[in-house]
Design a protein around this ligand. Sequence first.
Ligand SMILES: Nc1ncnc2c1ncn2[C@@H]1O[C@H](COP(=O)(O)OP(=O)(O)OP(=O)(O)O)[C@@H](O)[C@H]1O
Length: 301
Amino acid sequence: MARKIALEPRDERVVVTAQHVTKTFLLRHTRSIKEAVVWLFKGRKKDITNEFQAMDDVSFDIADGESVALMGFNGSGKSTTLKLISGVMHPDGGAVGIKGKVAGLIEVGAGFHPDLTGHDNVYLNGAILGMTKEEIDAAYDDILEFADIGDFINTEVKFYSSGMYLRLAFSVAVHTNPDVFLVDEILAVGDEPFQEKCKALIRSMVRDGKTIVIVSHDLDMVEKFCKRGLVMERGRLVFDGPCDQAVRFLRGRALDGSEDPERPPLSEAEKAKRLFTDEERAAVPVRVRIGGPPLTAAERV
Ligand SMILES: Nc1ncnc2c1ncn2[C@@H]1O[C@H](COP(=O)(O)OP(=O)(O)OP(=O)(O)O)[C@@H](O)[C@H]1O
């Protein structure tokens, strides 16, 4: 469970809040025995581990019924953010608050036991996600129908393909009827018909006003599904606004390479190819403060 904090009474519609969240990972460097001996004899000068800040003072609120896309380049901190919301990970600093039941697909098969059959895992996973036995009994046929894995339901899940895992895990998660539904990129391992089925389901959830947070690199898809977009960059939240603007912002970053600290300044020809002019960037507000004075997109670029 995520650390519970008192949600600000200023807006009771808020169902997820992240306040000044930081998360640091310890990176261990593997060394050969020879390198380790040299390291010992040289007085253990350089640390054998170093820290990596995956989330750096990230704050946002998500209101009931919002559909939010969490975007950014590889390693920007999206999955870590989702894990903190789901409660499988805790922040080092700041706080994450959740109102209601959270479920979704963060890692395919997380919560599945490899030696149990699909059937037994439905009950195990359903219980982990907060369902009672009666609720699972009532939803069981629907779970099976949506997963559509036939007789494999009676096979141990260690023999499943990754797509079968996804089908069953997604189906259980959906049928827990969560208040906040989280979806990570993992839809990618399903075949096309199943992906379409999931997308149709997500679309209907959005229509029904369910709170959804989607992490995806499929910008066309998230633009269709989500009203709001958050863009992360090296552990920081750099954009929070309408999803179409967030997608343009991210594509602009990809084109002008401005997220790469090693990159030399842009040539005039490269600048001409950018989606956003400097004036347009200045006009796009960054709604979430990242500490310090209020920012505009132009100041961040
Ligand atoms: N358990 C962990 N231990 C060490 N480092 C980690 C751990 N989990 C994530 N990281 C690091 O934190 C950073 C952010 O990872 P995260 O998975 O949140 O990024 P992401 O934006 O989801 O990336 P991608 O688009 O590639 O999935 C990465 O550099 C990653 O290597």
